[in-house]
Structures are given as C-alpha cells and as structure tokens.
Design a protein around this ligand. Structure first.
Ligand code: ZN
Length: 397
C-alpha cells in the first residue's frame, strides 16, 4: 500500500478520534483544569524574550476544537485585509462524518489536492540532502514538557505545529517552546481538514490560532501544516494571502495511530526509523518527518528515536533547513538557520550592537545538536543578527 494511502486512512482515523476525543477532553478539563505538568529538569532561560502574560487570554476566542465561527468582528476585519479575488475558486470538499472525502473523484485535478494525488504546489516537503526536518504536530499538550525536556538536553530545536485550541489549553508549555527558540507554526484552530472548510472558516481557523500565539509569545508565525496533509490550491491561495508557507512531509511515522489513537506499537514506529536510517547512505534528498506530541506514546517514541536521528542527519527545524532566518512576521526576531543565522531579537532593526539581557552570554540557537554555528558560516542576515543580538526587554515585545 502506498504511503499516501496509509496517510489518508490514518488521517481519517485520527480525524475521528481527535475531533470527538478532543471535544470530550476539552469539556472535562474546562470543568476541572489540570495543573501544568512539572518539568523534571530546569528549564533554560528564554532565548526569545516573551511578553508579560497573566494566564488569561485577552481576546475573544472560539470554543476549543469547534470550527472557528466567522460572524465575529475580528474575522470581518481579517477578511477585509485579504484579496479574496486572488484565491483560486475550487469547491469546498464535502467530508463524511468519519472524516473521509465524500467523493474524492469529484476533486478537480487542477485543484492540486495533496491528500488525494500527492500534488505539490510550492509546499515544502523535504529538507536538503543530509538534513532531517524535525516536526512535531498537534501540541501543545500535557505531554509536551517531556518532549521539550528531551530536546533541551542536546539544545535541539524543532518545528512545532500548534493547534490553536491547544495553545489556550496548555499555554505554559507553549510559552516555554516559544522562548526556547523552537519554530512555532500554525496547525489550525480545531484540526478539521482544510479543504472541508469555507474560505471564511479557514481564514478564521488560521487567524485565531495566530492571534493566540501572538498574545502568548509576542510573534506571528508564517508557516502552516494542514491537518492530515489536506490542502489544495484554494487553501494555498488563502495561505498566500495571509503570508503563510505550507509544510507537508515526505516521511510519516504514523505515530498518531499509537494508543489511544489506534493500535500501532512502539516497535512498529521504531522499525520505520530503522528503515529510513538504513537507507540514509543512499538518500538523494533530506527529509521532513511527521511526528506528534499528541499522546504519551507519541512523545515516548519521539524521545526514544531522537538520538539516532541526530547521529544520522543534521536535525533542525524546517525554517532552518530552508535557510529562512525570519519565520515570524516580526523580522526583528531571528531563528537559527542551516547556513549560519543566529537566533536572537533585535530591538532596533538598524542597530548593530546591543546588550544581551536574557541572563546568559550565549544567545545562539544551534540548529543541530552539539554543533554550534560559527561566524565563518554566517549569511548576511545571520551576520547582521549576530552583531545585533539586542535582546528586547519584556515590555518591548
Ligand atoms: Zn495534526
């Protein structure tokens, strides 16, 4: 069976379980909020300074894990900012209650639907040869701190595709990841298939998630991963209007089929990594792999397999492997890249010197565990950032 077929089947299963289970979970936690999990190790001081946050989100957000409503002043304002006439006019794809496209054969070929045809159009699906794009979806969750602890042990950064509803639910973990210099990206508000949403619904799903991250972390993501990889040219057109780059994947651990999402075992996930590692010497490209911080099992699998990924590839966030030092709309924030950009925040974009106020002398965020970037490999953007590691005071963000 082809990978894409497996992905679709798993996506359908995951959609059903996530949609129903998540709703139930949200309701349960609303009645009796769970305490934030205590990290089992000291959390390093933030490298990207964060704005003050008192635990209460100021903006009005949709109910968690429900499709974001469009009849709100905020959505009206966001829609006004977009040129909707530039968005390709492909039909909304009807889905069954089980999360399956009702009539996949009716999807036009020129819609370039990835789930049905693996069609790519400007989407990022791989990193360069020798590089492994580390991505974890569906967070932040109650299990995220364990993953972030493991990443911190080797100063490893990753791309985290966040669900807006989960950002509200597990904001402490999100704050930690934002400050640590991980690449934070958007994975919709309610985790429904993108092509099943109207233009207005999709805009609302992105923008509410973006707003929550901005409120919590002070920056605005520009990378997006479609739930289930469900994307077509209509969705891509909306993403372009909102300033987003879409990221899919070329390798899938299918970890989201682990319990309680399904029957996949740790051994099966390990075997998938075994095969990719064995094939690595003959690779002609690098990879972007789909993993999740969704369940205890997926986090366990991620932590267990991280060291051997680091031994086989240069492991880094997606923005790093495509050498984008500015994966947020706030270009005074820089994240590390493969070709040497150094993470930091510049309070004055025209300044070339400054003072690090985060309490440490090293504000570099290495993209690869154990391999610090050096000035010798800096790009123009990286060099200017290195010289201008002026870390903002919290009140400035
Ligand atoms: Zn997802």
């Amino acid at each position: 069976m082809l990978l894409k077929d497996l992905s679709l089947i798993c996506a359908v299963i995951a959609f059903s379980s996530v949609a129903s289970a998540a709703t139930a979970t949200t309701k349960a936690k609303a009645a009796a909020p769970a305490p934030s999990p205590s990290p089992s190790q000291a959390v390093p001081a933030p490298i990207i300074p964060l704005p003050p946050f008192n635990g209460t989100f100021a903006n009005p957000y949709p109910p968690q894990f429900t499709i974001a409503a469009t009849n709100t002043p905020l959505v009206a304002q966001w829609l006004k900012e977009l040129n909707m006439t530039a968005v390709p006019n492909f039909p909304v794809v009807p889905f069954t209650a089980g999360g399956d496209p009702s009539n996949p054969k009716a999807i036009p070929a020129d819609a370039c639907d990835w789930t049905e045809t693996n069609c790519i159009n400007k989407d990022i699906i791989q990193c360069p040869k020798g590089v492994w794009g580390l991505t974890y979806d569906d967070g932040p969750t109650e299990f995220s701190e364990q993953l972030y602890n493991a990443l911190d042990k080797t100063d490893q950064k990753a791309t985290l595709f966040y669900i807006g509803s989960n950002v509200l639910q597990n904001w402490q973990a999100a704050r930690r990841a934002c400050g640590a210099g991980h690449q934070i990206a958007v994975h919709t508000w309610s985790h429904h298939p993108s092509t099943s949403l109207t233009n207005e619904q999709f805009v609302a799903e992105i923008k509410y998630t973006e707003l929550a991250i901005k409120e919590l972390c002070g920056f605005t993501p520009t990378y997006f991963r479609p739930p289930y990889g469900d994307i077509d040219n209509r969705i891509r057109g909306l993403l372009t209007q909102m300033g987003y780059t879409s990221v899919i994947w070329d390798l899938d651990t299918n970890d989201w089929m682990m319990a309680p999402g399904g029957q996949r075992t740790m051994a099966q996930v390990d075997q998938a990594f075994d095969q990719w590692i064995a094939a690595a010497p003959k690779d002609t490209t690098g990879h972007i792999c789909l993993e999740h911080e969704l369940y205890q099992n997926t986090v366990d699998a991620a932590i267990a397999n991280l060291p051997r990924l680091q031994q086989t590839w240069k492991t880094m966030p997606v923005s790093a492997c495509v050498n984008d030092p500015h994966p947020y709309k706030e270009h005074n924030i820089t994240l590390a890249t493969m070709n040497g950009a150094v993470a930091g925040v510049n309070n004055n974009p025209n300044s070339t010197t400054g003072t690090n106020t985060t309490g440490g002398s090293n504000t570099t965020v290495p993209t690869t565990a154990g391999k610090k970037n050096t000035a010798a490999t800096l790009t123009t953007a990286g060099l200017s950032t290195l010289l201008a590691v002026v870390v903002m005071a919290l009140s400035h963000l």
